[in-house]
Design a protein around this ligand. Structure first.
Ligand SMILES: [Zn+2]
Length: 294
């Protein structure tokens, strides 16, 4: 099954909900970064919410999420857009930690709890939108819920999970976000909270064959209208051209030292781990480009 996100509304648009299956995406992240289980869980949770936040955008809009909590993982970065293209990385993908007290992957231990969750949205305006909250749990679902409530003034429930197999591959990954618009009655809110408490966890539901649609249906009171379903996939936008611009931005002196001392350069994309080789001749022709600009 391909990964997808489904969008739904209920109570005359006063509730909006998103459900996601992201197993392939998170598997690809694990594989590309050779990530340990706890890092796969952290990157996967962040990328799942990131994918949904991408779908909340329109047209060519895109966003970047940075999570920096002072833990051994370093920072987790996710890029996503309205087309369902998602990529992510963690600074230290091989960090491994013992299971937490609940016998689960210790995502909060890896991410840390002393830091920030930043969201930068490129909405095609002069200045990007920037939102930032302090991390409240480090487990990420709760942190994103806090972000939506504080930074976007949209009370939200976020459930997200990644189930990693013994061989480090990803068995299931996915999640849901339910957002409450003004005008929802206390009774309906209580309903959602009660139903939410009954949900064991997202990954066990998904691995039993429960669809994101079923989960949303169970969480929301009244009739649910399912809107579009968008396929999502790991996609990296790096290219040799882009990395050439990065090299050019280093300036002539730096390029000369790469050419003379290092006999060339190898650049690795942080997101997809693709390697780009630049020979001494390549670097010299970039130096020529720089010379012509002056
Ligand atoms: Zn790349």
């Amino acid at each position: 099954m391909n990964d997808y996100i489904v969008r739904a509304t209920a109570l005359d648009g006063k509730i909006r909900a998103f459900g996601a299956v992201t197993t392939n995406l998170v598997n690809e992240l694990q594989h590309r970064h050779q990530a340990s289980p706890v890092v796969t869980a952290a990157m996967g949770r962040a990328a799942t919410v990131g994918a949904v936040m991408g779908i909340m955008l329109k047209g060519n809009d895109r966003l970047t999420i940075q999570i920096k909590g002072g833990g051994p993982i370093g920072q987790v970065v996710v890029d996503a857009n309205a087309k369902g293209e998602v990529r992510a990385y963690a600074s230290n993908p091989q960090v491994d930690l013992p299971l937490n007290a609940g016998g689960k992957l210790d995502v909060a231990g890896a991410v840390g709890t002393d830091g920030f969750l930043n969201v930068i949205k490129d909405l095609g305006l002069k200045e990007p939108y920037r939102g930032s909250v302090e991390l409240v749990s480090g487990e990420l679902g709760e942190d994103f819920a806090y972000y939506f409530g504080q930074s976007e003034q949209t009370p939200s429930v976020v459930g997200v999970g990644v189930l990693v197999d013994r061989d480090y591959s990803v068995k299931t990954a996915g999640g849901f976000i339910v957002q409450v618009m003004p005008g929802v009655s206390d009774e309906d809110l209580t309903y959602i909270e009660t139903e939410l408490a009954k949900i064991p966890n997202v990954t066990s539901l998904l691995s039993e064959g429960t669809t994101p649609e079923d989960i949303i249906q169970q969480l929301i009171p009244g009739e649910v209208r399912f809107l579009e379903r968008t396929e999502i996939a790991f996609t990296c936008t790096c290219s040799r051209d882009r990395l050439e611009s990065v090299l050019i931005s280093l300036g002539e002196a730096e390029l000369r030292s790469l050419a003379e001392e290092n006999q060339g350069a190898e650049l690795v994309c942080s997101f997809c781990k693709e390697k780009y080789q630049f020979t001494v001749e390549d670097l010299e022709s970039l130096i020529d480009v720089l010379g012509k600009k002056d």
